[in-house]
Ligand binder design. Structure first.
Ligand code: PEP
Length: 253
């Protein structure tokens, strides 16, 4: 299975000139490098998707950071999966911990989004992970089981290949604190078991499992390569093209 490196640019890049600078720097860093074993995906804010799609080049795929689970209609301020697909997105991040925290997104709502994304042919990157308090209370298995079972409720196993799970312990996102390789490996095994209980073994093996949370070029070996994850979801470091591409190179090699 190939690897994945996804950059979540979040609510950054405030102007056209900043965007042009970012795209130009990212293309420069990618240069002539080949990433034969790794897909590189960038998820900019909605307003930049079209320009990224037109200018970012063949080496980078496009993803969105969220969507509304309806095709079209009177949903003021929302963005539909069809819009994302038609503008060139292949991926959409769903259920990020910041959306769960600031917008009270529930697993049931995330499930509706997963269903609608798959319906239109967008590949969901579903974020799951425990909070610090849940970790301290030894609740990781319970939390991951609930989140994954609810967000994937009713999804056919034939869709398993289209889905990516990003294990993002909430306490590691944006904190510069990372779990140990062993902790990540344990979480990965738990996630695999949960996926097998939903999809069965053959299909569950097709779902990629990424790690996310304070990944940088110094931590990537420990959080991705050592625990044999299928890739990473990167926040802050994806805003620095040099670092983002360096992480992708380490994973690809
Ligand atoms: C994220 O928000 O998905 C993330 C992993 O952020 P950071 O890399 O900044 O911890």
């Amino acid at each position: 299975m190939g690897k994945m490196v996804i950059g979540n640019l979040k609510m950054n890049i405030l102007s056209v000139s900043e965007r042009e600078q970012y795209i130009s720097n990212l293309k420069k860093e990618l240069g002539k490098k080949e990433f034969s074993k790794t897909e590189i995906v960038v998820c900019p804010p909605f307003v930049h998707l079209e320009s990224f799609g037109k200018n970012i080049g063949q080496k980078v795929k496009l993803g969105a950071q969220n969507m509304f689970p309806q095709r079209e209609g009177s949903f003021t301020g929302e963005i539909s999966p069809a819009m994302l697909k038609n503008i060139g997105c292949e991926y959409v991040i769903l259920g990020h911990s910041e959306r769960r925290k600031y917008f009270d997104e529930t697993d049931k709502e995330i499930n509706l989004k997963v269903v609608e994304a798959l319906k239109i042919g967008l590949k969901p990157v579903v974020c799951v992970g425990e909070t610090k308090a849940e970790k301290e209370a030894n609740q990781i298995l319970r939390v991951l089981t609930k989140q994954i079972k609810e967000v994937l409720a009713g999804i056919s196993r034939t869709k398993a290949e289209q889905i990516t799970i990003a294990y993002e312990p909430v306490w590691a996102v944006g904190t510069d604190i990372v779990p140990t390789s062993n902790e990540i490996m344990e979480a990965k095994l738990l996630i695999k078991k949960i996926l097998i209980s939903i999809f069965d073994k053959k299909y569950a093996g097709m779902t990629k499992i990424l790690y996310g949370g304070s990944v940088n070029s110094k931590t990537v070996l420990e959080v991705c390569v050592d625990p044999a994850m299928d890739g990473v979801l990167i926040g802050r470091e994806s805003l620095i093209p040099y670092e983002f591409v360096k992480i992708a190179e380490i994973i690809n090699n």
